[in-house]
Design a binder for this molecule. Structure first.
Ligand code: MG
Length: 381
């Protein structure tokens, strides 16, 4: 069984100001909702995301949010109230899931650490939710005067995601009269036990326009830069040309492989998967699958580039080295860089293709095949 994440993003969020709902406003160059979705895409435990939206926001969603291809994202129309929206989300969860995390769309800075703490606690309880102990003194006051101090012992500030056994929270919501502040309130009213896990001060809910400034400050101090490397080899065989970095180069031999055997493009593709910790080409496009026989390798590269985008990363640059005695690569490097730049949607200046021989040593030196290595840098937008 697996876990679904319901992201509740149907609210109007008028307190944040601006012409469009806060979840579709930009936060350090990316919409709030994209950032929230990406936080769950990055968590391998989540098998599907239910995105609860206001149907009136469809144009904002289409214009500003790129939905990932994996995990599955299902769009659900929200209701009049938060409870109704969560219930609509709960109804949409697949039968293959037995647990659910319910998260505010306006908490884009949720960390993998919080998600994992909630999931771990859910192993042994009906529910689990993150919170922070109240450390400031608490007062009661009217508009002008402090009237009373209140003890803060045992008081916590609630956060999301709040996790539950799916059947338990479905039952709790169907019995609840409505008007709950969050799903823990619904769960407690039904008698579920809910474990407390450590929240995170940075997991703030964007409510007022000042919260956007605070979140941007937090993001500004968090550079997420990934480096990946790829290595590939293909053996020479019969043929009259080789395909390298998308360019057909005349040669007295060809390269053998299941696809077009573009050793350069394969190394760059694997470097991107590597930076994302998402395996390699063979896992995404198994050689045992006949549909990839003779395939042009730009399919693989485009897929890796799309995965990077779905994770919220931009490719900053790539550097690919081809290792062979023949054919001569130099005359073709400009065309190779231009071809890869077009496929990757990058400027040519961010793509390097160079070549070296191995001084006639080893299998490349004996002209048995071509090797290639590549590095790539990804930067979180
Ligand atoms: Mg290969």
């Amino acid at each position: 069984m697996s876990t679904a994440a319901i992201i509740v993003a149907a609210g109007r969020g008028s307190r944040a100001g601006g012409d469009i709902p806060k979840q579709y406003q930009l936060l350090a160059g990316q919409t709030v909702l994209s950032r929230t979705i990406n936080a769950f895409v990055a968590s391998p435990a989540i098998s599907e995301i239910i995105l609860v939206i206001n149907p009136e926001d469809m144009t904002h969603l289409d214009a500003t949010v790129t939905l990932p291809s994996r995990p599955l994202v299902r769009l659900v129309n929200g209701g009049e109230t938060r409870d109704a929206s969560v219930q609509a989300g709960l109804e949409a969860v697949s039968a293959t899931c037995d647990k659910v995390l319910i998260h505010d769309g306006a908490r884009p800075l949720v960390s993998e650490g919080i998600i994992n703490r909630v999931l771990d606690a859910l192993e042994t309880s009906d529910g689990a939710a993150p919170a922070l102990a109240v450390t400031d003194a608490l007062w009661r006051a009217d508009a002008e005067r402090i009237t009373k101090t209140e003890p803060r012992d045992g008081l916590y500030r609630a956060q999301t995601p709040q996790g539950f056994q799916l059947s338990a929270i479905r039952a709790a919501h169907s019995e609840h009269k409505g008007g709950a502040a969050d799903d823990v309130e619904v769960a407690l009213a039904y008698g579920l036990d809910v474990a407390l896990v450590e929240g995170d001060e940075e997991n703030l809910k964007l409510t007022h326009s000042d919260d956007f400034k605070r979140a941007e400050k937090i993001l500004g101090t968090k550079m997420d830069i990934r480096v990946g490397n790829g290595f590939d080899v293909h053996r020479f065989g019969p043929g009259d040309h080789v395909v390298l970095c998308g360019v057909s180069v005349p040669h007295e031999r060809g390269l053998q492989g299941h696809s077009d055997a573009d050793v350069g493009m394969h190394a760059v593709t694997d470097a991107i998967y590597g930076a994302l910790a998402e395996g390699d080409i063979g896992q995404h496009f198994p050689p045992s699958d006949p549909q990839w026989k003779g395939a042009a390798s730009d399919i693989f590269l485009r897929h890796a580039v799309d995965r990077a985008k779905e994770h919220g990363f931009e490719i900053s640059n790539t550097d690919c080295t081809l290792i062979c005695e023949y054919p001569k690569i130099g005359p073709h490097t400009v065309a190779m860089r231009e071809t890869m730049a077009r496929i990757m949607g990058l400027e040519v200046g961010r793509i390097s293709v160079k070549a070296t021989t191995s001084e006639r040593l080893g299998f490349t030196g004996r002209k048995e095949g071509i090797a290639s290595m590549a590095s790539v840098t990804l930067v979180r937008r």
